[in-house]
Design a protein around this ligand. Structure first.
Ligand code: NAD
Ligand code: MG
Length: 386
């Protein structure tokens, strides 16, 4: 068996997935690409398969299966399709680490299968922990599985924790860029366009997370993600707006000392660290120059304008399936906004209405999450229709 780390990338055609492939390509003696998967983008998946030669590829969209299979004929690559197979490919014995880089609730089920199979998880798909953090962290503990964060803020906290595992965290500060609408009033937000919302000041990312960043829902989801990753109480998690995105997050310890992780904003670094932990591998990423950033600034988020942040704290307090309902509402709301069916401000309104209308089930089982997700989606669609 190879001494290299066998990697499966779920969502290889997305923003995180394509950057992960670059990371793997630059360390051929360290990583062994086993599996790549995509939702619908068959053309890019085929191109990636021909270039990187993984053992298996999977396309979720069953209609594209034949196309992928035909294109890879003779390449000695297994080709699969569909949701069931997505749960099975992560279980392959050649796979050591599963990078969950697909977007949204669709990440939950394959992540559960990967944990069940004892795979190390490099978690980009934050929605998995938002929806089912209680369930996932318990399962990972039972199976002795490590979950390493890819999200830059959580990677920052994780990096600051090295050597500190016996020292309790007093508090963490998740930094937020503030997004394209930082400083806007509710009146200003009334007429913002899709194009404006899709222009993130510091990061180039998939459409869903870019809209979540503009509405501060992303930071709300990250607060919940941090609670589960680092076992924190809500009052131990704070958010600070830092428009330059150089300080990726901070920890405060019991003696008042603070540690931060810094660097130019580049997702390849946290992706690589999650795949190579505890080692740091050399990179040629551009280095930070202090003189390019004479001022690093910090300000409070505007919680009155960006209501999604407090809504996230609320569902985090409520536990149970409340955060699952919020996530479902938000996925429907963002999709409707991307299709220009609702306005930007309606995203937050819809989220709040759906959470208010949802029944919170405490100590949820997997089926409780499934039904809560389904009901919240139905409610969101119904409210958009009105
Ligand atoms: P993206 O939209 O660019 O890519 C998503 C990938 O998932 C694609 O490969 C797509 O084909 C696949 N996919 C989408 N829906 C699917 C489905 N229903 N079933 C199977 N596959 C599906 O998204 P992204 O920006 O790369 O984000 C991926 C995840 O990483 C998200 O959870 C996001 O919050 C998180 N994240 C992203 C960034 C970033 O810089 N992009 C930073 C931090 C965290
Ligand atoms: Mg982040």
């Amino acid at each position: 068996m190879s001494t290299k780390t066998g990697i499966a990338i779920l969502g290889s055609t997305g923003s995180i997935g394509t950057q992960a492939l670059e990371v793997i390509e630059s360390h051929p003696n360290y990583f062994d690409l086993q599996v790549i998967t995509a939702g619908k983008n068959a053309d890019l998946l085929i191109e990636q398969a021909k270039k990187y030669h993984p053992n298996s590829v999977l396309i979720s969209d069953e209609k594209s299966y034949q196309k992928v299979k035909d294109a890879l004929w003779g390449e000695h690559i297994h080709v699969y399709c569909g949701e069931e197979a997505l749960c099975q490919v992560v279980e392959s014995k050649e796979v050591h680490t599963v990078l969950t880089a697909l977007v949204g609730y669709a990440g939950l089920k394959p992540t559960i299968h990967a944990i069940d199979a004892g795979k190390t998880i490099a978690l980009a798909n934050k929605e998995t922990l938002v929806v089912a953090g209680e369930f996932i962290t318990k399962l990972a503990k039972e199976k002795g599985v490590n979950i390493y964060p890819v999200d830059s803020e959580h990677s920052a906290i994780f990096q600051c924790l090295v050597g500190e595992f016996h020292n309790p965290i007093e508090k963490i500060y998740l930094t937020a860029s503030g997004g394209p609408f930082r400083g806007f009033s509710v009146a200003d937000l009334k007429n913002v366009t899709l194009e404006q919302a899709l222009k993130h000041p510091n990061w180039s990312m998939g459409a869903k997370i870019t809209i979540d960043s503009a509405s501060l829902m992303n930071k709300g989801l990250e607060v919940i993600e941090a609670k589960w990753l680092f076992n924190l109480k809500p009052e131990q998690i704070d958010v600070i707006v830092h428009p330059q995105s150089i300080v990726h997050s901070l920890i405060q310890f019991q003696d008042g000392s603070m540690k931060a992780q810094m660097g130019l904003p580049d997702m390849k670094l946290p992706i690589q660290y999650a795949l190579s932990y505890p080692n740091r591998l050399p990179t040629n990423f551009p280095r930070f120059n202090f003189l390019d950033y004479p001022q690093l600034t910090f300000e409070a988020p505007d919680r009155k304008v960006f209501k999604n942040l407090d809504l996230a704290y609320r569902v985090m307090d409520e536990l149970g399936t409340s955060a699952c309902a919020l996530n479902a509402a938000n996925e429907i709301a963002v999709e409707a906004f991307l299709n220009e069916k609702i306005s930007f401000l309606e995203i937050g309104q819809l989220n709040e209405s759906v959470v208010n209308a949802s029944k919170n089930i405490l100590n949820p089982t997997y089926t409780d999450y499934v039904s809560s997700d389904k009901k919240a989606r139905e409610k969101a669609v119904e409210l958009i229709g009105k």
